[in-house]
Design a protein around this ligand. Structure first.
Ligand code: NAI
Length: 331
Protein backbone atom coordinates (compact mmCIF):
# COMPACT_ATOMS: atom_id res chain seq x y z
CA UNK A 1 0.00 0.00 0.00
CA UNK A 2 1.12 3.58 -0.67
CA UNK A 3 2.30 5.84 2.15
CA UNK A 4 -0.24 8.53 3.05
CA UNK A 5 0.19 11.97 1.52
CA UNK A 6 -0.25 14.90 3.91
CA UNK A 7 -2.56 17.57 2.48
CA UNK A 8 -2.92 20.97 4.15
CA UNK A 9 -6.11 22.98 3.69
CA UNK A 10 -6.05 26.46 5.21
CA UNK A 11 -9.34 28.23 5.88
CA UNK A 12 -10.72 24.71 6.31
CA UNK A 13 -13.69 25.85 8.41
CA UNK A 14 -14.93 28.07 5.57
CA UNK A 15 -17.31 27.31 2.73
CA UNK A 16 -14.78 26.02 0.21
CA UNK A 17 -13.02 24.08 2.97
CA UNK A 18 -16.25 22.33 3.88
CA UNK A 19 -16.75 21.21 0.27
CA UNK A 20 -13.09 20.41 -0.33
CA UNK A 21 -12.02 18.24 2.60
CA UNK A 22 -14.51 15.42 1.90
CA UNK A 23 -13.43 15.38 -1.76
CA UNK A 24 -9.80 14.97 -0.71
CA UNK A 25 -10.71 12.27 1.81
CA UNK A 26 -12.67 10.38 -0.87
CA UNK A 27 -9.74 10.27 -3.27
CA UNK A 28 -11.00 12.87 -5.75
CA UNK A 29 -7.78 14.86 -5.57
CA UNK A 30 -5.06 12.20 -5.49
CA UNK A 31 -6.75 9.01 -6.66
CA UNK A 32 -8.68 6.14 -5.17
CA UNK A 33 -5.52 4.24 -4.24
CA UNK A 34 -3.85 7.11 -2.38
CA UNK A 35 -4.30 7.33 1.42
CA UNK A 36 -4.25 10.87 2.83
CA UNK A 37 -3.75 12.65 6.13
CA UNK A 38 -5.63 15.95 6.25
CA UNK A 39 -4.11 18.97 7.97
CA UNK A 40 -6.71 21.69 8.53
CA UNK A 41 -5.82 25.22 9.62
CA UNK A 42 -8.11 28.05 10.55
CA UNK A 43 -7.99 31.05 12.91
CA UNK A 44 -9.04 30.98 16.59
CA UNK A 45 -12.57 32.45 16.08
CA UNK A 46 -13.25 29.46 13.79
CA UNK A 47 -11.65 26.83 16.04
CA UNK A 48 -14.89 25.35 17.30
CA UNK A 49 -16.37 25.14 13.84
CA UNK A 50 -13.14 23.58 12.56
CA UNK A 51 -13.43 20.94 15.24
CA UNK A 52 -16.97 20.25 14.02
CA UNK A 53 -15.59 19.58 10.54
CA UNK A 54 -13.08 17.17 12.07
CA UNK A 55 -15.93 15.37 13.87
CA UNK A 56 -17.78 15.00 10.57
CA UNK A 57 -14.69 13.66 8.82
CA UNK A 58 -14.44 10.98 11.51
CA UNK A 59 -18.17 10.25 11.18
CA UNK A 60 -17.87 9.86 7.40
CA UNK A 61 -15.53 6.87 7.94
CA UNK A 62 -13.54 7.52 4.76
CA UNK A 63 -11.39 4.45 4.09
CA UNK A 64 -8.56 6.53 2.55
CA UNK A 65 -8.39 9.02 5.44
CA UNK A 66 -5.56 7.96 7.73
CA UNK A 67 -5.52 10.94 10.07
CA UNK A 68 -6.82 14.46 10.70
CA UNK A 69 -4.94 17.39 12.20
CA UNK A 70 -7.25 20.33 13.02
CA UNK A 71 -5.42 23.31 14.44
CA UNK A 72 -5.09 27.08 14.69
CA UNK A 73 -1.30 26.81 14.87
CA UNK A 74 0.35 27.40 11.48
CA UNK A 75 3.50 25.48 12.45
CA UNK A 76 1.57 22.37 13.47
CA UNK A 77 -0.57 22.70 10.34
CA UNK A 78 2.40 22.98 7.95
CA UNK A 79 4.62 20.31 9.45
CA UNK A 80 5.43 17.58 6.96
CA UNK A 81 2.81 18.53 4.37
CA UNK A 82 3.32 17.37 0.78
CA UNK A 83 0.53 19.47 -0.70
CA UNK A 84 -0.76 22.81 0.58
CA UNK A 85 -4.09 24.22 -0.58
CA UNK A 86 -4.31 27.80 0.68
CA UNK A 87 -7.98 28.73 0.96
CA UNK A 88 -7.76 30.93 4.06
CA UNK A 89 -7.58 34.66 3.63
CA UNK A 90 -9.09 37.99 4.50
CA UNK A 91 -12.24 38.71 2.48
CA UNK A 92 -13.04 42.10 1.04
CA UNK A 93 -15.82 43.63 3.08
CA UNK A 94 -18.10 46.44 1.98
CA UNK A 95 -16.49 49.84 2.18
CA UNK A 96 -12.95 48.48 2.54
CA UNK A 97 -10.15 49.95 0.48
CA UNK A 98 -8.32 47.63 -1.91
CA UNK A 99 -5.10 48.50 -0.17
CA UNK A 100 -6.42 47.47 3.26
CA UNK A 101 -7.56 44.07 1.97
CA UNK A 102 -4.24 43.60 0.18
CA UNK A 103 -2.33 44.54 3.29
CA UNK A 104 -4.17 41.94 5.44
CA UNK A 105 -3.56 39.20 2.86
CA UNK A 106 0.08 40.14 2.35
CA UNK A 107 0.69 39.71 6.05
CA UNK A 108 -1.17 36.35 6.14
CA UNK A 109 0.69 35.01 3.10
CA UNK A 110 4.03 36.26 4.33
CA UNK A 111 3.73 34.45 7.64
CA UNK A 112 2.25 31.26 6.17
CA UNK A 113 5.04 31.23 3.56
CA UNK A 114 7.58 31.18 6.37
CA UNK A 115 5.80 28.32 8.14
CA UNK A 116 5.67 26.29 4.91
CA UNK A 117 9.29 27.08 4.12
CA UNK A 118 10.46 25.83 7.50
CA UNK A 119 8.14 22.92 8.19
CA UNK A 120 6.61 21.52 4.98
CA UNK A 121 8.03 18.38 3.33
CA UNK A 122 10.73 18.93 0.72
CA UNK A 123 9.16 19.49 -2.70
CA UNK A 124 5.79 20.50 -1.24
CA UNK A 125 3.36 21.65 -3.95
CA UNK A 126 1.36 24.78 -3.17
CA UNK A 127 -1.97 25.90 -4.63
CA UNK A 128 -3.30 29.32 -3.60
CA UNK A 129 -7.08 29.67 -3.87
CA UNK A 130 -7.75 32.68 -1.64
CA UNK A 131 -8.10 36.04 -3.37
CA UNK A 132 -6.26 37.95 -4.67
CA UNK A 133 -5.03 34.47 -5.64
CA UNK A 134 -2.25 35.36 -8.09
CA UNK A 135 -0.74 38.01 -5.86
CA UNK A 136 -1.10 35.95 -2.66
CA UNK A 137 0.84 33.22 -4.47
CA UNK A 138 3.51 35.72 -5.47
CA UNK A 139 3.94 36.89 -1.87
CA UNK A 140 4.09 33.27 -0.74
CA UNK A 141 6.83 32.64 -3.31
CA UNK A 142 8.84 35.66 -2.16
CA UNK A 143 8.78 34.60 1.48
CA UNK A 144 9.44 30.90 0.93
CA UNK A 145 12.62 31.17 -1.15
CA UNK A 146 13.66 27.57 -0.54
CA UNK A 147 10.46 26.23 -2.11
CA UNK A 148 11.14 25.97 -5.86
CA UNK A 149 9.11 28.59 -7.76
CA UNK A 150 7.72 25.78 -9.93
CA UNK A 151 5.95 24.49 -6.84
CA UNK A 152 3.90 27.63 -6.21
CA UNK A 153 0.71 28.05 -8.23
CA UNK A 154 -2.71 29.67 -8.03
CA UNK A 155 -6.16 28.48 -9.02
CA UNK A 156 -7.60 29.52 -12.39
CA UNK A 157 -8.97 26.06 -13.12
CA UNK A 158 -12.41 27.13 -11.96
CA UNK A 159 -12.41 29.79 -14.68
CA UNK A 160 -11.11 27.20 -17.17
CA UNK A 161 -13.89 24.77 -16.23
CA UNK A 162 -16.46 27.57 -16.46
CA UNK A 163 -15.28 28.29 -20.02
CA UNK A 164 -15.61 24.58 -20.96
CA UNK A 165 -19.09 24.60 -19.44
CA UNK A 166 -20.22 27.64 -21.41
CA UNK A 167 -19.06 26.12 -24.72
CA UNK A 168 -20.78 22.83 -23.93
CA UNK A 169 -24.04 24.59 -23.01
CA UNK A 170 -23.93 26.72 -26.14
CA UNK A 171 -23.38 23.73 -28.45
CA UNK A 172 -25.63 21.45 -26.39
CA UNK A 173 -22.90 18.82 -26.09
CA UNK A 174 -21.13 17.02 -23.24
CA UNK A 175 -18.55 19.11 -21.38
CA UNK A 176 -16.15 16.16 -21.55
CA UNK A 177 -16.09 16.56 -25.35
CA UNK A 178 -14.63 20.09 -25.13
CA UNK A 179 -10.97 20.78 -24.38
CA UNK A 180 -8.09 23.23 -24.61
CA UNK A 181 -9.75 26.50 -23.71
CA UNK A 182 -7.28 28.86 -22.03
CA UNK A 183 -7.56 31.30 -19.16
CA UNK A 184 -4.85 33.94 -19.47
CA UNK A 185 -3.79 36.20 -16.63
CA UNK A 186 -5.41 37.15 -13.37
CA UNK A 187 -8.14 35.30 -11.49
CA UNK A 188 -10.26 38.44 -11.63
CA UNK A 189 -12.65 40.08 -14.05
CA UNK A 190 -9.72 41.06 -16.32
CA UNK A 191 -8.89 37.40 -17.05
CA UNK A 192 -9.04 36.47 -20.73
CA UNK A 193 -10.95 33.26 -21.53
CA UNK A 194 -9.62 32.26 -24.96
CA UNK A 195 -11.35 29.72 -27.24
CA UNK A 196 -9.12 30.19 -30.28
CA UNK A 197 -7.38 26.84 -29.74
CA UNK A 198 -10.23 24.89 -28.16
CA UNK A 199 -11.51 21.76 -29.85
CA UNK A 200 -14.64 19.63 -29.68
CA UNK A 201 -14.92 15.89 -30.13
CA UNK A 202 -17.59 15.14 -32.78
CA UNK A 203 -18.65 11.95 -34.56
CA UNK A 204 -16.66 13.29 -37.54
CA UNK A 205 -13.46 13.83 -35.50
CA UNK A 206 -12.04 16.74 -33.56
CA UNK A 207 -13.19 20.18 -34.75
CA UNK A 208 -12.27 23.73 -33.69
CA UNK A 209 -14.78 25.05 -31.13
CA UNK A 210 -14.69 28.38 -32.91
CA UNK A 211 -15.97 26.82 -36.15
CA UNK A 212 -18.78 24.92 -34.42
CA UNK A 213 -19.96 27.89 -32.41
CA UNK A 214 -19.83 29.99 -35.60
CA UNK A 215 -20.82 33.16 -33.77
CA UNK A 216 -17.78 35.34 -33.38
CA UNK A 217 -19.76 38.13 -31.75
CA UNK A 218 -20.83 35.73 -28.98
CA UNK A 219 -17.29 34.37 -28.55
CA UNK A 220 -15.78 37.85 -28.40
CA UNK A 221 -18.54 39.28 -26.24
CA UNK A 222 -21.01 37.44 -24.06
CA UNK A 223 -18.91 34.29 -23.72
CA UNK A 224 -15.98 36.26 -22.29
CA UNK A 225 -18.04 38.40 -19.95
CA UNK A 226 -20.07 35.42 -18.71
CA UNK A 227 -16.89 33.57 -17.70
CA UNK A 228 -15.31 36.71 -16.25
CA UNK A 229 -18.39 37.52 -14.17
CA UNK A 230 -19.54 34.03 -13.28
CA UNK A 231 -18.33 34.40 -9.70
CA UNK A 232 -20.54 37.46 -9.20
CA UNK A 233 -23.50 35.65 -10.83
CA UNK A 234 -23.13 32.76 -8.35
CA UNK A 235 -23.03 35.18 -5.41
CA UNK A 236 -26.19 36.86 -6.69
CA UNK A 237 -27.99 33.53 -7.01
CA UNK A 238 -26.73 31.76 -3.91
CA UNK A 239 -26.01 34.76 -1.67
CA UNK A 240 -22.72 32.94 -1.10
CA UNK A 241 -19.69 32.60 -3.33
CA UNK A 242 -18.87 29.54 -5.44
CA UNK A 243 -17.75 26.75 -3.16
CA UNK A 244 -18.48 23.32 -4.64
CA UNK A 245 -17.15 24.33 -8.05
CA UNK A 246 -14.09 25.97 -6.49
CA UNK A 247 -13.38 22.87 -4.39
CA UNK A 248 -13.83 20.61 -7.40
CA UNK A 249 -11.50 22.81 -9.49
CA UNK A 250 -8.85 22.72 -6.74
CA UNK A 251 -8.98 18.90 -6.90
CA UNK A 252 -8.70 18.99 -10.71
CA UNK A 253 -5.69 21.34 -10.47
CA UNK A 254 -3.75 19.16 -8.03
CA UNK A 255 -4.76 15.88 -9.66
CA UNK A 256 -3.56 16.93 -13.10
CA UNK A 257 -0.39 18.48 -11.66
CA UNK A 258 0.53 15.33 -9.72
CA UNK A 259 -0.83 12.61 -12.01
CA UNK A 260 -0.42 14.37 -15.39
CA UNK A 261 -2.68 15.83 -18.07
CA UNK A 262 -4.10 13.48 -20.72
CA UNK A 263 -2.19 13.34 -24.02
CA UNK A 264 -3.21 16.24 -26.27
CA UNK A 265 -4.94 18.16 -23.48
CA UNK A 266 -3.83 21.25 -21.63
CA UNK A 267 -5.30 23.01 -18.60
CA UNK A 268 -4.96 26.52 -17.15
CA UNK A 269 -2.83 27.17 -14.06
CA UNK A 270 -1.55 30.36 -12.47
CA UNK A 271 2.24 29.92 -12.52
CA UNK A 272 5.37 32.02 -12.21
CA UNK A 273 5.90 33.72 -15.56
CA UNK A 274 9.19 33.12 -17.35
CA UNK A 275 8.26 35.68 -20.02
CA UNK A 276 6.49 33.18 -22.31
CA UNK A 277 4.08 34.90 -24.75
CA UNK A 278 5.71 38.21 -23.80
CA UNK A 279 3.97 38.17 -20.44
CA UNK A 280 6.19 40.09 -17.99
CA UNK A 281 8.44 37.69 -16.06
CA UNK A 282 7.98 37.64 -12.30
CA UNK A 283 4.17 37.67 -12.20
CA UNK A 284 1.99 34.74 -11.25
CA UNK A 285 -0.06 34.60 -14.47
CA UNK A 286 -2.45 31.96 -15.77
CA UNK A 287 -1.11 30.05 -18.79
CA UNK A 288 -2.04 26.89 -20.69
CA UNK A 289 0.10 24.08 -19.25
CA UNK A 290 0.61 20.37 -19.64
CA UNK A 291 1.79 18.27 -16.69
CA UNK A 292 4.04 15.21 -16.54
CA UNK A 293 5.96 13.58 -13.70
CA UNK A 294 4.65 16.15 -11.24
CA UNK A 295 5.83 19.17 -13.24
CA UNK A 296 3.94 21.66 -15.36
CA UNK A 297 5.22 23.12 -18.62
CA UNK A 298 3.75 26.14 -20.39
CA UNK A 299 2.37 25.17 -23.82
CA UNK A 300 4.54 27.04 -26.32
CA UNK A 301 4.04 28.34 -29.83
CA UNK A 302 0.30 29.04 -29.92
CA UNK A 303 -0.44 31.81 -32.44
CA UNK A 304 -1.84 34.91 -30.72
CA UNK A 305 -4.01 37.32 -32.71
CA UNK A 306 -4.35 41.02 -32.06
CA UNK A 307 -7.63 40.70 -30.12
CA UNK A 308 -6.05 38.15 -27.77
CA UNK A 309 -2.84 40.17 -27.40
CA UNK A 310 -4.73 43.20 -26.12
CA UNK A 311 -6.65 41.16 -23.58
CA UNK A 312 -3.53 39.28 -22.41
CA UNK A 313 -1.73 42.58 -21.94
CA UNK A 314 -4.61 44.22 -20.05
CA UNK A 315 -4.72 41.46 -17.44
CA UNK A 316 -0.90 41.59 -17.13
CA UNK A 317 -1.13 45.34 -16.45
CA UNK A 318 -3.60 44.65 -13.64
CA UNK A 319 -1.27 42.02 -12.14
CA UNK A 320 1.69 44.37 -12.33
CA UNK A 321 -0.35 46.97 -10.42
CA UNK A 322 -1.43 44.39 -7.84
CA UNK A 323 2.18 43.37 -7.39
CA UNK A 324 3.22 46.99 -6.77
CA UNK A 325 0.37 47.44 -4.30
CA UNK A 326 1.37 44.24 -2.48
CA UNK A 327 5.00 45.38 -2.25
CA UNK A 328 3.91 48.79 -0.96
CA UNK A 329 2.15 46.93 1.89
CA UNK A 330 5.41 45.23 2.87
CA UNK A 331 7.27 48.39 3.77
P1 NAI B 1 -14.94 31.69 3.77
O1 NAI B 1 -14.94 33.06 4.35
O2 NAI B 1 -16.15 30.85 3.89
O3 NAI B 1 -13.72 30.86 4.39
C1 NAI B 1 -12.45 31.40 4.58
C2 NAI B 1 -11.88 30.76 5.83
O4 NAI B 1 -10.54 31.22 5.97
C3 NAI B 1 -12.63 31.14 7.11
O5 NAI B 1 -12.96 29.96 7.84
C4 NAI B 1 -11.62 32.01 7.85
O6 NAI B 1 -11.74 31.89 9.27
C5 NAI B 1 -10.31 31.42 7.35
N1 NAI B 1 -9.14 32.27 7.55
C6 NAI B 1 -9.06 33.62 7.55
N2 NAI B 1 -7.81 34.02 7.81
C7 NAI B 1 -7.07 32.90 7.95
C8 NAI B 1 -5.70 32.67 8.24
N3 NAI B 1 -4.86 33.67 8.44
N4 NAI B 1 -5.28 31.39 8.31
C9 NAI B 1 -6.14 30.36 8.12
N5 NAI B 1 -7.44 30.52 7.87
C10 NAI B 1 -7.89 31.78 7.78
O7 NAI B 1 -14.53 31.88 2.25
P2 NAI B 1 -14.64 30.84 1.04
O8 NAI B 1 -15.91 31.05 0.33
O9 NAI B 1 -14.31 29.48 1.53
O10 NAI B 1 -13.50 31.38 0.07
C11 NAI B 1 -12.14 31.33 0.45
C12 NAI B 1 -11.29 32.15 -0.48
O11 NAI B 1 -11.27 31.61 -1.78
C13 NAI B 1 -11.73 33.60 -0.64
O12 NAI B 1 -10.58 34.42 -0.64
C14 NAI B 1 -12.38 33.61 -2.00
O13 NAI B 1 -12.34 34.90 -2.58
C15 NAI B 1 -11.48 32.65 -2.73
N6 NAI B 1 -12.05 32.04 -3.94
C16 NAI B 1 -11.18 31.79 -4.98
C17 NAI B 1 -11.60 31.15 -6.12
C18 NAI B 1 -10.64 30.87 -7.23
O14 NAI B 1 -11.09 30.37 -8.26
N7 NAI B 1 -9.36 31.15 -7.12
C19 NAI B 1 -13.01 30.76 -6.29
C20 NAI B 1 -13.84 31.02 -5.14
C21 NAI B 1 -13.35 31.65 -4.02
Amino acid sequence: AKDPVRVLVTGAAGQIGYALVPMIARGVMLGLDQPVILHMLDIPPAAESLNGVKMELIDAAFPLLKGVVATTDAVEACTGVNIAVMVGGFPRKEGMERKDVMSKNVSIYKSQASALEKYAAANCKVLVVANPANTNALILKEFAPSIPEKNITCLTRLDHNRALGQIAERLNIQVSDVKNVIIWGNHSSTQYPDVNHATVKTPGGEKPARELVAADDWLKGEFITTVQQRGAAIIKARKLSSALSAASAACDHIRDWVLGTPEGTWVSMGVYSDGSYNVPAGLIYSFPVTCRNGEWTIVQGLPIDEFSRKKMDATAVELTEEKALAYSCLS
